[in-house]
Design a protein around this ligand. Structure first.
Ligand SMILES: Cc1cc2nc3c(=O)[nH]c(=O)nc-3n(C[C@H](O)[C@H](O)[C@H](O)COP(=O)(O)OP(=O)(O)OC[C@H]3O[C@@H](n4cnc5c(N)ncnc54)[C@H](O)[C@@H]3O)c2cc1C
Length: 320
């Protein structure tokens, strides 16, 4: 079978993958983008994005064709104390956002589940269908590029794994502000209440897996307790059915992101911020840096990718 040949293949079309493909294309690298899902696709995520994400993606709220909500304040709750923090943050729905990002990319896109990658003839052969000199893993926690080329040489740290559970649904909700509860009900992490535009609300929790395992707690238990709390406070009028979970990694100090011509970005590399598990910004930024590393023959370092979210969150509220 003849393989389609490219300079670079990006595996995964989330925010990391689409940003990387777009930057490669801008720099003249012939690229293919692959994703196992049909878009628009569901992605579990609270959908909070920062001004830095918008700057890196090169858009302002009025460019965005779907609903975007602005928060000028976020209410932090720590040990029953409410701390309102002035800021400038936004919420989107990932179902719409990721599809829009994909539509902005001009490189060929194939719906394809990457299963087998072989190093061959100075490049990578993907499932006997595609060949590329560079491969970029942007496939999230279970990315096949990570599993094949990085897992043994640069394993992730189990202490950095966070588990989550969330629900996004259309509902009547009385409070239009964003709230975050840290360590609620002894959760080793935080719970969120993120209103969206068009009547959607995202509620969820995330916490360190190893701490919960040690105590014998489960994410389901914490999610149910959180829903009880929201009901008691009158912050939800209808208790949602279900709730879904996903696990991903927070950044640890010595992550390898490039081995030869294989690179990993975003959740594939485990780059979410250590304090708040913000992963969209690091996925976008690492996507840009990976593309420049390939096209401009530069080292791929994470020095300019934020490790923490809180300083930027506070700073955005102080800017005029
Ligand atoms: C419940 C929850 C809430 C979160 N809330 C926030 C938040 O509010 N703000 C924030 O900044 N971050 C948040 N995050 C983190 C954020 O969602 C991720 O860090 C971010 O999506 C990472 O982007 P990515 O491009 O690396 O990967 P993803 O967005 O996960 O994209 C990976 C893509 O790869 C594809 N793929 C996977 N395997 C294959 C394969 N074998 N072949 C082809 N394609 C494949 C998938 O279909 C998917 O489209 C949250 C995460 C969770 C779980």
């Amino acid at each position: 079978m003849t393989r389609k040949r490219f300079d670079a293949a990006v595996v995964g079309a989330g925010p990391g993958g689409t940003t990387c493909a777009r930057e490669l294309e801008r720099l003249g690298v012939k690229t293919v983008l692959l994703d196992k899902a049909d878009f628009p696709r569901q992605k579990l995520c609270a959908g909070w994005i920062t001004p830095d994400v918008m700057a890196d993606l090169g858009f302002v709220p009025s460019d965005y064709p779907y609903g975007i909500k602005r928060f000028d304040r976020i209410n932090f709750h720590i040990n029953h104390v409410k701390i309102p923090v002035r800021t400038r943050q936004y919420s989107i729905r990932r179902y719409e956002f990721d599809h829009w990002l994909l539509q902005r990319v001009k490189t060929p896109f194939y719906r394809h589940t990457v299963r087998r990658i072989r190093e061959k003839n100075g490049g990578f052969e993907i499932d006997d269908r595609f060949f590329a000199r560079y491969i970029i893993g942007a496939g999230g926690t279970n990315c096949p590029v990570f599993r094949q080329f990085f897992k043994n040489k640069s394993p992730r740290r189990e202490k950095s794994l966070i588990v989550t559970m969330e629900k996004e649904y259309r509902t009547e909700f009385p409070d239009r502000q964003c709230h975050l509860w840290f360590f609620v009900n002894n959760l080793p992490g935080y719970a969120w209440y993120v209103p969206k535009i068009n009547g959607y609300l995202n509620i969820g929790i995330g916490g360190k897996a190893f701490r919960m395992n040690k105590r014998g707690d489960s994410i389901q238990y914490h999610f149910a307790a959180f829903l009880d709390m929201l009901e008691q406070k009158g912050m939800i009028t209808a208790r949602p059915e279900g709730g879904k979970g996903y696990a991903y990694y927070l950044r640890h100090p010595d992550i390898r992101t490039r081995i030869g011509n294989a690179l990993i970005i975003g959740d594939s590399a485990g780059l979410a911020t250590r304090d708040m598990g913000e992963g969209i910004g690091p996925a976008v930024k690492s996507g840009i840096l990976a593309a420049r590393s390939i096209a401009l023959n530069r080292p791929f370092t994470l020095a300019s990718v934020n490790r923490f979210s809180l300083p930027q969150l506070v700073w955005s509220g102080l800017r005029p």
